[in-house]
Design a protein around this ligand. Structure first.
Ligand SMILES: [Zn+2]
Length: 155
């Protein structure tokens, strides 16, 4: 980042912290050439989300792919298509407003599962079974058990 006082391009970041309820990162910068101090803000660029896959590969975020996986999980479920569209838009907005444009696929999967859990348990389990990549049936049962609403405690 070029120093606004002397034009030196080799400035240093002295401090970075979340700002505006984690919508931005505020960086305090220092110019070693002139001693000038200034602040920059880093914000999400809405259209440039990148998915970091579990093997480390990067891929441009594709809303269509996300929609497809959700629609497969929700096949023949009694949920209005409009409601699904709303849910998908909500997921994308959440991803867009995260502090970083590079988002691990795992995080996306978790956000989708969270959203699905609220509207349809079957869709949620279908989706989760793919994302969590269960090795054993036991694991899957344990997971389904976790889905059950907590029983109210006595007293
Ligand atoms: Zn300077």
């Amino acid at each position: 980042m070029r120093c606004p006082f002397c034009g030196n391009v080799d400035t240093q970041v002295k401090d970075s912290r979340p700002a505006e309820d984690h919508v931005a990162i505020r960086r305090r910068r220092f110019c070693p050439a002139c001693g000038g101090r200034f602040t920059t803000y880093e914000r999400v660029q809405l259209r440039d989300l990148v998915v970091i896959k579990s093997n480390g590969k990067r891929e441009d975020f594709d809303r269509v792919k996300l929609e497809r996986s959700i629609r497969i999980a929700m096949q023949k479920r009694p949920v209005e298509p409009e409601r699904l569209d709303q849910m998908i838009s909500g997921i994308v907005r959440r991803l867009e407003s995260m502090g970083d444009t590079d988002i691990p696929s795992k995080v996306i999967g978790e956000i989708v599962m969270e959203a699905l859990a609220r509207i349809d348990t079957v869709g949620y389990v279908r989706f989760a079974s793919v994302y969590k990549n269960f090795q054993a049936a036991d694991d899957f049962e344990e997971f389904v058990a976790e889905l059950r609403p907590p029983t109210p405690k006595d007293g």
